[in-house]
Design a protein around this ligand. Structure first.
Ligand code: ASP
Ligand code: MG
Length: 423
């Protein structure tokens, strides 16, 4: 008998028929002898609908007072879900009880609309499980010290599920979603993309942050920190498939880098179209320049990703970095009005038509020549690399946006990702 957490996304909870299916699946797991905690999202589209209502009433976008009320409203989506699911479970003949975040409680900080979980009190949940109940807990929400309802940011139910699994020391947290696992890259771009049976949590972190939008990135951070075994699997398989088969399906995100992991050097190709590049041309190459440029950028709350500085010629150098496209206009303005003149830059340039393509794999730690293989594959396609950045387990390049799909396909092929790796 194991303690298992199931998380169901909005699509899986999208109608009463689908909720009935979720209940049947959970009932199958409970009847197999497992203690079950279930964390659903709001029914699909519901969170958008609720936030849309608020928007109709207020032009304000981010006052603290407004944010508090947005959480109040958005959290009701999941409250409906847990109640419906508990009823559906009862209709299946199980004992089931639902809780909102504040009833557990799931304690968070006070950053409304993007709160962080601080602790989860498992006492009530444990007592219910011991009494033979299935416990259904609202995802996406918590409560702060002053009893304000908070939410965890869009997609936050993943993080709720993992945090609850961590607090309960669950044997596994299963994230049921509308894809059947984590792929070597987006199958819409590369039809030969393959589902990974396992991926290390570090790789998943890179894949998630690089734009594979399967899991909220914080949930992966949480899983890594508390060593929660996490599995992403499809909620569209028939609910009555064999439980052992289901338990092995999807992709396991593991923190055990043992022989069982697929031994590929590169596990996946990630890409991201959300960035833009800005450049300061002809800045003096002297101590303090990088700080003089990036300090004000950080103060303006603009996140910087890839950074490069050229070797200087005649004491002058060029300095480029990427920012989120949403911050592009603000970054350019800041550079043109204050930072550029302050560092005596000759010119400010920008380019929004870029993308970042990355190869990710823990095998890169112990293999040489991985980056050069990447660069060769890109050069064979005539793709110019504008910027490069590396970490222990990834290499990213910034290229012209119009070559993104070509680059992803070429790299997928160059690293044989369409081929099953023998374990
Ligand atoms: N319902 C919330 C959202 O739409 C949380 C979630 O689905 O994970 O963002
Ligand atoms: Mg989601």
């Amino acid at each position: 008998m194991a303690l298992i957490v199931h998380k169901y996304g909005g699509t899986s909870m999208g109608s009463t028929d689908r909720i009935r299916n979720v209940a049947k699946r959970v009932a199958k797991w409970a009847r197999a002898g497992h203690q079950m905690v279930v964390v659903p999202s709001a029914m699909s589209g519901e969170t958008n609908r609720l936030l849309g209502l608020a928007k109709e009433l207020s032009p304000a976008t981010s006052s603290p007072e407004l944010m508090r009320e947005l959480d109040m409203i958005a959290a009701t989506g999941e409250q409906v879900s847990v109640g419906l699911l508990a009823i559906a479970l009862q209709a299946e003949g199980l004992e089931a009880v639902s809780y909102t975040g504040w009833q557990v409680p799931v304690q968070t900080d006070s950053s409304h609309t993007k709160a962080r979980i601080e602790s989860v009190d498992d006492a009530k949940v444990r007592a219910d499980l011991a009494a033979g109940k299935v416990v259904v807990i609202a995802g996406f929400q918590g409560v702060d010290e002053e009893q304000n309802i908070t939410t965890l940011g869009r997609g936050g139910s993943d993080t709720s599920a993992v945090a609850i699994a961590a607090a309960m020391k669950a044997d596994e947290c299963l994230i049921y979603t509308d894809v059947d696992g984590v792929y070597t890259t987006d199958p819409r771009i590369v039809p030969e993309a393959r589902r990974l049976h396992t991926i290390s949590f570090e790789e998943m972190l890179e894949m998630a942050s690089l734009g594979s939008k399967i899991l909220q990135i914080r949930s992966v951070e949480f899983a890594g920190k508390y060593r929660v075994p996490l599995r992403v699997l499809s909620s569209f398989t028939p609910w009555d498939i064999d439980i052992n088969e289901e338990a092995k399906s999807g992709t396991l995100i593991s923190f055990e880098e043992d022989e069982k992991m697929e031994q590929a050097v590169v596990s996946g190709i990630a890409f991201n179209r959300d960035e833009a590049k800005v450049t300061l041309l002809g800045v003096p190459d002297k101590p303090g320049i990088a700080f003089q440029i990036l300090g004000p950028v950080a103060d303006a709350n603009i996140d910087v990703d890839v950074i490069i500085q050229n070797v200087s010629q005649d004491g002058k150098t060029d300095f480029s970095f990427t920012v989120h496209r949403n911050d592009y206009a603000r970054a350019i303005e800041l550079l043109e009005k204050t930072v550029g003149p302050a560092v005596q830059a000759a010119k400010v340039q920008g380019d929004q038509r870029i993308c970042k393509v990355s190869i990710v794999g823990i095998g890169m730690r112990s293999h040489v020549g991985v980056a050069s293989k990447m660069f060769r594959a890109l050069s064979e396609e005539g793709i110019n690399i504008q910027m490069i950045s590396t970490s222990e387990i990834k290499t990213s390049v910034v290229i012209d946006e119009k070559y993104m799909e070509l680059a992803v396909r070429a790299l997928h092929k160059a690293f044989d990702l369409d081929q099953e790796v023998s374990a």
